[in-house]
Ligand binder design. Structure first.
Ligand code: UT7
Length: 326
């Protein structure tokens, strides 16, 4: 019999080091006023030297397991969304499985959907649980974006940060994850991409650095983001026969406060009902939605039984949403 999945617990982790807008003023031609006005970002966290995506995910996973009242031994599926893996392979899910001491040989899936990575991972894990193929899934969105930021490019260097978020999914008789909606349009591949990879190869820039950096046509991405997130909100509500007034909380991808405001407006939602962390975290890609979700849960705003709408948008271009009864 088909079941549902529910979020049993969430956790997140941010590395200690903080990079402020004032710090960035010393690195590129920019200023705090421009960054705050155009993006809403005040600071972002940066992983320490040697601290990897899996290290961040490990801390977030421990917190999520604790919140779910479960132990690592119970996990029978890991879905790990990231675009900054520790290694090309093994995938980060396998590395996290080993770090958590899980010896059950449960499947560990590495999933790359850029900033939509957590929503995509949540959707995959939800399906495993619905089909009865998993009983306790660990879903991760974690990144060390700072490792692929070109710190000489002011168009991107001001935006990104590092962090990790996690959720534990368990089966339920009533729907927790009510529906997920995923899209990719590869025709936009050139608007946001990483400039090097193992198959296509790596070139070197004028300074002799390996050229594997985030490249983005920001204002074009901005326009597609606002349009796509607007339409996925409609799609999610229509699929569930819901009016926008039914949503208690919007938990958006934290790329830019102006994109978040546009989506909130589409939902007729006051900003008090939107979980906003972009000022403190910047854009942490796949980690951004679970970081915001965990922030809202831990400070008591999001309560059990609330109806929440998660959404994300990123390289691919990819975008997605999840309607969740928390
Ligand atoms: O998470 C994945 C998805 N990513 C996104 O959703 C990001 C979407 N894009 C954005 O958030 C915005 O496009 C940015 C924040 C990246 C840029 O803001 P914008 O309002 O679209 O600015 P723009 O790129 O159109 O540039 C406007 C001006 C330009 O100067 P001119 O040509 O008008 O003289 C830029 O050179 O702002 C300049 N500029 C800067 N000035 C100070 C660009 N970056 C900076 C900067 N500091 N860091």
């Amino acid at each position: 019999m088909l079941k549902y999945s529910r979020i049993a617990g969430t956790g997140s982790y941010l590395p200690e080091k903080v990079l402020t807008n004032a710090d960035l003023e010393k690195m590129v031609e920019t200023n705090d006023e421009w960054i705050q006005e155009r993006t809403g970002i005040r600071k972002r966290h940066i992983a320490a030297e040697g601290q990897t995506t899996v290290d961040l995910a490990y801390q977030a996973a421990l917190r999520a397991l604790d919140a779910a009242g479960t132990t690592a031994e119970e996990i029978d599926l890991i879905v790990f969304g990231t675009t900054t893996p520790d290694l090309v392979f093994p995938n980060c899910g396998a590395l996290l499985q080993q770090k958590l001491g899980i010896r059950s040989a449960c499947p560990a899936i590495g999933l790359e959907a850029a900033c939509s990575g957590f929503i995509y991972s949540l959707s995959v894990a939800d399906k495993f649980i619905r089909l009865g193929d998993a009983q306790c899934a660990l879903v991760i969105g974690a990144e060390t974006l700072s490792r692929i930021v070109d710190w000489t490019d002011r168009g991107t260097a001001i935006l990104f940060g590092d962090g990790a978020g996690a959720a534990v999914l368990k089966p339920a008789d009533e729907p927790g994850i009510i529906s997920t909606h995923l899209h990719t349009d590869g025709n936009y591949k050139d608007l946001l991409f990483c400039s090097g990879g193992p198959s296509k190869g790596f070139s070197h820039d004028a300074a002799g650095r390996i050229d594997a950096f985030i490249r983005m046509t920001g204002n074009e991405v901005f326009k597609v983001a606002v349009k796509s997130l607007g339409s996925i909100v409609d799609e999610t509500l229509a699929a569930n026969g819901l009016d926008k007034s039914a949503i208690d909380w919007l938990v958006p991808h934290q790329a830019n406060i102006r994109i978040i405001q546009a989506t909130a407006k589409k939902l007729d939602m006051p900003m008090e009902r939107v979980i906003v962390t972009v000022a403190e975290h910047g854009n942490t890609s796949a980690a951004s939605v679970p970081l915001a979700l965990d922030a809202g849960v831990r400070d008591g705003r999001i309560k059990r039984g609330d109806l929440i709408l998660l959404e994300a948008f990123g390289g691919g271009l990819t975008w997605g949403s999840a309607l969740v009864r928390f």
